[in-house]
Design a protein around this ligand. Structure first.
Ligand SMILES: [Zn+2]
Ligand SMILES: [Zn+2]
Length: 312
């Protein structure tokens, strides 16, 4: 055991008082950070490079299809820094079987679910029911407006139908994400733009449902989350405070180094405002300046541990 390994072992030891463990996990953000929305990269080192570059402590790998071997390889290079979710094409007949197997293999949730189906359609309903049965959260991408011609929409009908789903599946833990979820923090949104701008009109359905339904949570990742939290500083501070138990920091960043290198928004032309920037850094900066320290720490670290029932 070299000195670094020795120190890591000491830092991880449960016998240490909690303040000492906290200090070991603290970083440039003043709190350890968990990125709940991190798409698994093919090379193990690429995953760690983004975390280290952005000052992120741990991340939740979003995978699709058979992923166990890749997850194991990543875990071996950075033990304890990754959890994982799995998704599978919900239109395929073996989706339930595949998702069930992933949970048996250690996946701690479903996601991201991003398919060209209705948010209240039979394909996603099967996944919602399975998530409740297996007691894992399900992370859903809601988008009504194309980013480029011919893209097509994802989990459609959110603003009109999703309240009925929240009622129909009270035991399912839903994590909302993406354009339609975040555009609807503002009232009066009618799918005019993927990323609406300007002050938030109070009373949007996402804001309301986060307050009304204990089974709905929000993932602040991507340009959608960043944009929504950048429109109206007064609203943002109030929103983060009110929903401090229901929100998770996530990046959905595709930059290579945690500093905006490469392509940070996967070439999404509608998200040009974040071109050349690391989404993780940009969103952590917005959260840091908008939230009190305890609210910030809940959103970037503690809430996800409660969600996944893992020690912080
Ligand atoms: Zn997404
Ligand atoms: Zn990045």
């Amino acid at each position: 055991m070299n000195r670094r390994e020795f120190l890591e072992t000491v830092a991880a030891a449960a016998v240490l008082p909690s303040f000492a463990r906290q200090a070991a996990g603290a970083n440039e953000w003043g709190s350890p950070v968990f990125d709940v929305h991190f798409h698994m990269r093919p090379q193990p080192a690429g995953n760690v490079a983004h975390l280290d570059g952005a000052g992120v402590t741990k991340a939740n790998l979003l995978t699709r299809g058979a992923a166990l071997e890749q997850v194991k390889a990543i875990d071996a290079t950075a033990p304890g820094r990754f959890t994982w979710f799995n998704s599978f094409d919900v239109t395929k007949p073996d989706a339930v079987q595949a998702l069930t197997q992933a949970v048996r293999d250690g996946a701690q949730g479903f996601g991201e679910m991003k398919f060209h189906v209705a948010a209240d359609g039979p394909e996603l309903r099967r996944a919602y029911a399975l998530a409740a049965d297996l007691r894992v959260p399900i992370l859903v991408h809601f988008q009504e407006v194309d980013h480029f011609e011919g893209e097509g929409a994802w989990s459609t009908g959110y603003a009109k139908t999703f309240e009925s789903i929240l009622k129909a599946y009270p035991k399912t833990t839903f994590i909302g994400h993406a354009d339609a979820f975040w555009a609807n923090v503002s009232a009066g949104y009618h799918n005019e733009a993927a990323y609406p701008t300007g002050p938030i009109k109070r009373g949007g359905v996402t804001d309301k449902w986060l307050g009304d339904y204990s089974n709905l949570f929000g993932d602040l990742s991507a340009n959608s989350g960043n944009n929504a939290m950048s429109r109206d500083p007064e609203f943002t501070t109030d929103f983060l405070k009110r929903h401090r138990d229901k929100l998770f920091f996530g990046s959905d960043c595709s930059c290579i180094d945690g500093h905006g290198g490469g392509v940070s928004q996967a070439g999404n032309p509608a998200a040009a405002r974040l071109a050349g920037k690391c989404v993780a850094r940009e969103t952590l900066t917005v959260l840091k300046r908008s939230a009190a320290d305890d609210v910030f720490q809940k959103i970037v670290w503690r809430n996800v541990h409660t969600l996944l029932r893992i020690p912080a």
